[in-house]
Write a new protein. Structure first.
Length: 260
């Protein structure tokens, strides 16, 4: 289902009364099944944008449309995956995954079946009886993915989900995510500040300026998958994004940490 963001702006008032402009006139459309990456420096407003799309943060008068419907509060149609997976430590992985279904009032037998299918999708079907403390960071992030997928959202919002993983695990998770995306056909909005990650994953990459975030450039990635991280074609894409970030930095608009 198509997700259409039209002219989203957002400002906060800090505790000292200062106005913080986070987003300025953000508009883009994610057509059904598309993998969109959003890249931008730390603090530019990426999480704010995802929170608004998810309905966790009010969007003001302008809109978010999912298909024909305007969204203005949290809905099961939008799944959200945070940078740090938030699992219930006292629940098994299977029961963690089944939580959203419990809330939705799905009957126990069906709940178990659907939670198991979601665990299978993230290749953790043999770990249903484990507890979160018994598994690695990458596995926890897969459970979080299963928790989001089990309620069958149309769109997945992912907020730097692999940022705290080591490089090898991160590469492995990126490949796993692409497999799941290809299987399920979800529309994905994936926030990152990692240039290689964006080029490896995205159909297109929306480049944001530093705060207030504005869309300055959209890089299309016409490469088929699986992609080779070391190919000249992927490098060309990386270079295009890095050049944008460097231009932003030279213009004095970019803070540190945007190009790792
Ligand atoms: N609830 C809030 N109240 C005040 N300021 C906020 C709030 N949420 C975010 N901000 C500010 O908005 C800016 C963008 O934050 P955020 O969206 O978290 O950036 P990013 O995810 O790109 O690092 C930051 O300066 C942050 O301090
Ligand atoms: Mg953030």
């Amino acid at each position: 289902m198509e997700l259409k963001i039209t002219d989203i702006s957002k400002s906060f008032t800090s505790t000292t009364g200062e106005r913080i402009e986070a987003l300025r006139h953000i508009s883009f459309t994610a057509s059904e099944g598309r993998f969109i990456c959003i890249i931008g420096p730390s603090g530019c407003g990426k999480t704010t944008l995802l929170r608004i799309i998810s309905g966790l943060e009010p969007s003001g008068e302008n809109g978010i449309m999912l298909g024909e419907r305007e969204l203005n509060s949290p809905t099961n149609e939008i799944g959200y995956i945070f940078q740090e997976p938030t699992l219930f430590p006292w629940r098994t992985l299977l029961k963690n995954v089944g939580f959203g279904l419990e809330i939705a009032g799905v009957e126990k037998h069906l709940r178990r079946q659907r939670a198991m299918a979601a665990l299978e999708l993230v290749e953790l079907q043999d770990f249903g009886d484990f507890y979160p403390k018994e598994i690695s960071g990458g596995m926890k992030q897969r459970v979080a993915l299963a928790m989001a997928l089990v309620v069958e959202p149309k769109v997945l919002l992912m907020d730097e989900p692999f940022a705290s993983l080591d490089c090898q695990t991160r590469n492995h998770m990126q490949a796993a995510l692409l497999r799941i995306w290809e299987k399920t056909g979800k529309t994905v909005i994936f926030v990152t500040h990692n240039v290689e990650e964006a080029a490896f994953l995205g159909d297109e990459i929306i480049c944001l300026t530093s705060r207030p975030a504005q869309i300055k450039k959209v890089v299309k990635v016409p490469l088929s998958r699986p992609r080779d991280r070391t190919s000249p074609e992927l490098n060309t894409i990386r270079k295009e994004i890095l050049t944008f970030l460097e231009e932003e930095r030279k213009a004095g608009r970019l803070s540190v940490g945007a190009s790792d």
